[in-house]
Design a protein around this ligand. Structure first.
Ligand code: CTP
Length: 468
């Protein structure tokens, strides 16, 4: 093979090369190496593109060509759910996203860089110290040249590394080096999800503003195992991605007050009256409203959930405390009452523990709690533009919700069937009817996160319509 030295190049080329090398802080020889490497990679990529194009339906290929779509870095962790990430790549591309994919070492046991590269249309990134990709792009550019970073599946190990700020491979280094929003889709065995260490790491990540989608309840890869730990479905992750990318858009400049969870009404210092509300739907609404750019104040009764990212949380126990906190949080553009407020409280809670005495069953005298929704709905001054209540019903769901709409002076009621057979109380999905003065819309059963996003979309559209 003939050899070529810089000295043999013509003067004009030499000057251009010198300028380019100086700009990049490299020697002229190194600059030539980079140029040749780029040219070779380009040729390779062309082949990859052709492979990807062949694997893609035509419409998808053309939508992926859109140069102005959001740039998403997808980090694929090492779990059996990694196979779903291949579908996630396609789904994100269908929405016009441009993808760069990183595979952890463990992920390569489940999916290959070739498959990921062929689907995403760019070689998959795997190594932190790979001179090839460091010259081409480098981990800092990977971290910065993105609108969003998605980790799916996010394994227990990846969560722990993220929470601890580790940077010992390409994935964790990119996650630490980014200033862009991060969304994780955890996937692991239910025991690992329930482990205290995982809960600690997740709480840390939520406090750091990392968005979380899932996990869902369902069958595990291990035969006969079921529980909470299944990765969210690709369409749910896409919805969460869209929510995060809209941050600062639909509800920008709007103040939204949300109530969530149960209330606890003391009987004595150790006993209380409460209900089965988990707070999942209310918290999901607060998260979706914040993701859409709203300034969200979440007034929450006692729940076992992490604080949604980007939301101001006011913790309360009783209905009267919730009422006070809502009054303090007003005025607002929108108020959403998803809490299951106890209708009654003990009239005179005992200051000391009520002792059991043979033959003497204590009687409990109840008194009514303030109706927070009705009070805000019927306000004459500083009433939010949109007051939305929930109706938890076990019978005649829609008829009861319609009655509540007028009784409580609200604009919309989100009605749901909370009979034990529905599995809605404490569950991850919900079947709701949106009841307004102009009619009833019945939404199909779907994840509570999805209900929250749809509701937020409707709220944004209603506010926009009102402003016009
Ligand atoms: N609500 C409230 N304050 C209360 C009771 C309810 O703000 N003291 C709100 C809830 O947050 C929900 C709506 O009112 O948005 C309806 O709650 P629900 O429990 O379904 O209705 P109730 O008014 O309690 O009527 P009932 O229990 O008889 O169905």
């Amino acid at each position: 093979m003939a050899s070529l030295t810089v000295r043999q190049l013509d003067d004009k080329l030499k000057t251009l090369l010198r300028l380019r090398a100086a700009r990049h802080g490299r020697s002229m020889e190194d600059e030539v190496r980079v140029i040749l490497r780029e040219a070779a990679a380009q040729a390779d990529r062309g082949a990859g593109e052709r492979l990807a194009a062949a694997a893609r339906p035509k419409a998808q290929a053309s939508s992926r060509a859109a140069e102005d779509g959001p740039r998403v870095v997808l980090i694929i962790g090492g779990g059996i759910a990694a196979y779903k990430s291949l579908e996630l790549i396609r789904r994100l591309q269908e929405r016009g996203a441009r993808l760069r994919c990183i595979l952890t070492r463990a992920a390569r046991h489940f999916v290959t860089p070739l498959a990921v590269g062929a689907l995403s249309g760019e070689p998959a990134f795997t190594e932190l110290f790979d001179p090839q990709s460091e010259f081409d792009i480098g981990h800092i550019r990977l971290a910065r040249e993105a609108d969003l970073i998605v980790v799916a599946p996010a394994t227990a190990d990846l969560l722990a590394k993220m929470a601890g700020g580790h940077a010992d491979d390409l994935a964790t280094t990119v996650l630490l080096a980014t200033d862009k929003p991060i969304l994780i889709a955890p996937a692991m065995n239910p025991q690992m999800w329930a482990a205290k260490a995982t809960a600690r790491n997740l709480a840390q990540l939520a406090a750091d503003g990392v968005g979380v989608v899932g996990p869902n309840f369902g069958e595990m890869a291990e035969r006969g195992e079921a529980g909470l730990g299944r990765m969210a479905e690709p369409h749910e992750i896409v919805a969460a991605v869209e929510g995060l990318l809209q941050r600062g858009a639909a509800l920008a400049g709007k103040r939204i007050v949300v109530t969530s969870g149960p209330t606890q009404e003391p009987i004595d210092p150790v006993r209380f009256i409460a209900n089965r509300s988990s707070g999942k739907q209310g918290h999901a609404i607060a998260a979706a409203a914040a993701a859409a750019g709203g300034e969200v104040i979440l007034v929450s009764g006692p729940v076992n959930l992490p604080d949604p990212p980007g939301v101001t949380v006011v913790r309360v126990e009783t209905a009267r405390q919730m009422f006070e906190a809502v009054e303090k949080a007003l005025p607002s553009d929108v108020a959403i009452f998803a809490a299951a407020v106890a209708d009654w409280r003990a009239e005179s809670p005992s200051a000391s523990k009520i002792k059991k005495r043979t033959g003497a069953t204590p009687s409990l005298k109840l008194t009514e709690n303030p109706d927070i929704l009705a009070s805000v709905g019927h306000r004459k001054t500083a009433r939010p533009h949109l007051v939305i209540g929930f109706a938890a019903e076990t019978d005649d769901v829609v008829a009861n919700a319609q009655a509540k709409l007028t009784q409580k002076g609200c604009d919309w009621i989100v009605a749901n069937d909370v009979s034990p057979e529905s599995g809605i109380m404490g569950g991850d999905s919900n079947t709701v009817h949106l009841v307004t003065a102009s009619g009833v819309e019945s939404w199909p059963p779907q994840a509570k996160d999805r209900v929250a996003h749809l509701l937020v979309e409707r709220i944004a559209a209603a506010l926009e319509g009102a402003e016009r």
